[in-house]
Each structure stands twice: as structure tokens, then as C-alpha cells.
Ligand binder design. Structure first.
Ligand code: TXA
Ligand code: MG
Length: 342
């Protein structure tokens, strides 16, 4: 790839207008959403989409999410079922991506030749402004290099994309901090392929029921095909060796974290705020006092582990309820499914 100069501009009206013009011209722009930063390009342009894959180093068989500014814009891309429309009305704009049968105008490169397209309407004024200014739907994966934690700040995105894209719009810290929920709504029962900011409980309240693909919390078996291509790719991998410890009894969790810490060199414990004082002189980092707070800080914490060259990362988990399921899914993948349940 040719190196180019990457500008970072505060996401104000002027830079959003500029970003929209650039996307309309076929260029790529980094932008904030309520979940994580995205690497955006014209979803209907083969060339722009190929450039996105190249800038991220992303395997071509992993499809992109197409971002729209209004519910009605989804109709030009796909065939939403009644259930899909009901979910859009309930959760858009917001961190919910819907997989629906695609229309022919969506290029095969965008969907990795699948017959479904992933569509989402983000709840962030800069993202919505950028889509409107571009006048086209925006394909955007998370703005990290493939395999790195998703960026939740403009500085993270610059770390990964400096020299690869011309512009990043800086909208500060992302509120949710983990990516959107990816939900298949082509059949009668919605199925979560990737848990995120909109929870299974939220969806079941509207749809009456909601399944979770079982590969969400376990590795794929040899030869098993992934319902969503993202499941089979390595993800969120910090450089250090990571283990997640989870259990209802906090004392047991703390004891296990200490034991693992004391058996390793150059380790760091990432734990709930309430447990920070339990580890004496050991190196600790605060993951907040709820699954929501942990979602907000997790990817930044994993990047910090790399920056500090931590070789052993010991992470306290959450139960898999509500946003806890998304947090545990990301932790499990970062730890290559090394989860100790005590
Ligand atoms: O919050 C988010 O969703 C962020 C922001 C930027 O919107 N985007 C994001 O995109 O996380 P990405 O590309 O990092 O993750 C998209 C996930 C991947 O796991 C991909 O495999 C899955 O969605 N996906 C996309 N299209 C799909 C399809 N047609 N069928 C099944 N899975 C699909
Ligand atoms: Mg991603």
C-alpha cells in the first residue's frame, strides 16, 4: 500500500461535510459510532470496498456492515421481514445490526458473496451526519487492523490506520465500547451471531424470543462452518497470554486470580472496581463496576496491555446476562477461549 497522510479532525459540521465528500469520491474515512470507530467507504462501490479490506488487512471472506441514516434507506439494500421492521423501529438508531436478504445493488465484495447483507443505523450524530453528507450507504468494519482490538478512541484508530487512510473524524470516546449486536432476522426466530450493546433480553422483549448461536461462547470445531464469517477469524488478540476467570463467588475468583498471577512473570490483573484493593502489591487495572462499564473500557485496556508489554493478562469476567454476554464473548475471543470457571 502507498503511504498517505492521515489527518485527524474534530467531528464538527465542516469536517463531517468534508468526510462525506471524500466518501462520495470513493475515499475512506474513519468515524465514531456509539459502539466503536468504523472505517467507512461507499458500500455500493466495488473499489472503495476493496480498499477497506486492503487498509485493514481483512480476509475477503468476512463481509462488512452497511450503515444507513434512516430506516427507509434499508429498503433499497435488502428485503426486511415484518419482524426486522419491528426491530428497526424498536432499536434504530442503535447498536443493532440486522442480517437480511440482500438486493442486487449491494456488491458481492461488500457481503463476501453471501445472499444476506448486514445493515445498521448507528446512534451517533457524527456517523449519521457523515452518511447523509456522503449521500450513499457507508460500509464500515471496525477501524482496527484485522486481529487487533476495535478502536474506541480516535487515537486507537490512528495507531492502526496512520498512513493508510486520508481522514479520521474524532468524536471522543465511544459510549458502548463493544461492537453492535449482529442478529439474523431471515427466519421466524431471531438469532444472535455476535452479542453487543442491544441484549438478547432487549430483543426477546420485542420479538417474543431470541436465540444465541452456540458458537458465540465456544470455539468452532474442526470443519464446522460458521453462521457468521467473523466467528472463524482470530479476534481482539492482545500480545500477552490471557486467561478469563469467572464465577458467582467473588472470593474464589479473587483467589484464582492471585494464584495465576503469582505463578507468572510480568502479569496484570484486570478486575472489577470493588476488588481492586484485594490484590496487595500486584499490578491491577480497573474494569469498572458493571458489565456496561467493562464494555466501555475493555478494548482500551487490552491495547494498554500491549503498550505496557504485559505478558500475562488475568481478567475477571461477568455473568453472561445482559451486556455481560457481549463482554464475555470479547474476553473469550481475546483469551482464545481460555476461561477458568470457579
Ligand atoms: O458496532 C459495529 O458493528 C461496528 C461499527 C463500526 O458499526 N462495526 C463492526 O464491523 O464491528 P466488523 O466488520 O468489525 O464486524 C462485522 C461482523 C463480522 O463478524 C462479520 O462476519 C459479520 O458482522 N457479518 C457482516 N455481514 C454478514 C452477513 N451477511 N452474514 C453474517 N455475518 C455478517
Ligand atoms: Mg471488527
Amino acid at each position: 500500500m502507498d503511504r498517505i497522510i492521515t489527518r485527524v479532525l474534530p467531528a464538527d459540521d465542516e469536517s463531517i461535510r468534508l468526510g462525506g465528500e471524500m466518501i462520495a469520491r470513493g475515499e475512506l474515512v474513519g468515524f465514531p459510532t456509539e459502539t466503536v470507530y468504523g472505517l467507512g467507504g461507499n458500500a455500493l462501490s466495488d473499489r472503495a470496498v476493496r480498499d477497506i479490506f486492503a487498509a485493514k488487512g481483512r480476509p475477503a471472506d468476512n463481509p462488512l456492515i452497511v450503515h444507513v441514516a434512516k430506516m427507509e434507506e434499508a429498503d433499497s439494500l435488502c428485503f426486511p421481514t415484518d419482524l426486522a421492521k419491528e426491530l428497526m423501529r424498536a432499536f434504530w438508531p442503535g447498536p443493532l445490526t440486522l442480517l437480511m436478504k440482500k438486493k442486487p445493488c449491494v456488491p458481492d465484495v461488500t457481503t463476501a458473496s453471501l445472499d444476506t447483507v448486514a445493515v445498521r443505523c448507528p446512534m451517533h450524530p457524527a456517523a449519521l451526519g457523515l452518511i447523509s453528507a456522503a449521500g450513499v450507504p457507508i460500509a464500515a468494519p471496525s477501524g482496527n487492523l484485522s486481529g487487533r482490538p476495535s478502536p474506541t478512541r480516535a487515537a486507537h484508530m490512528l495507531e492502526d490506520m496512520d498512513g493508510r487512510i486520508p481522514l479520521i473524524l474524532d468524536g471522543g470516546d465511544c459510549r458502548v465500547g463493544v461492537e453492535s449486536t449482529v442478529l439474523s432476522v431471515t427466519g421466524d426466530e431471531p438469532v444472535i451471531f455476535r452479542p453487543g450493546g442491544i441484549t438478547r433480553e432487549d430483543i426477546a422483549r420485542v420479538a417474543g424470543k431470541c436465540a444465541v448461536a452456540d458458537s458465540v461462547m465456544r470455539p468452532l470445531k474442526e470443519g464446522e462452518s460458521a453462521p457468521s464469517p467473523g466467528m472463524k477469524h482470530r479476534h481482539y488478540a492482545p500480545k500477552g497470554n490471557m486467561t478469563v476467570v469467572e464465577g458467582a463467588d467473588a472470593e474464589k475468583v479473587i483467589r484464582k486470580l492471585k494464584e495465576l498471577y503469582d505463578a507468572s512473570k510480568n502479569a496484570c490483573i484486570l478486575c472489577h472496581t470493588a476488588h481492586l484493593k484485594e490484590f496487595g502489591a500486584r499490578r491491577v487495572m480497573d474494569l469498572g463496576d458493571s458489565a456496561e462499564k467493562t464494555a466501555h473500557v475493555l478494548f482500551a485496556a487490552l491495547r494498554e496491555m500491549d503498550d505496557e508489554h504485559i505478558s500475562r493478562i488475568l481478567c475477571e469476567g461477568w455473568s453472561e446476562n445482559g451486556v455481560g454476554l457481549a463482554v464475555m464473548n470479547r474476553m473469550a475471543r481475546a483469551a482464545a477461549f481460555d476461561i477458568v470457571r470457579v
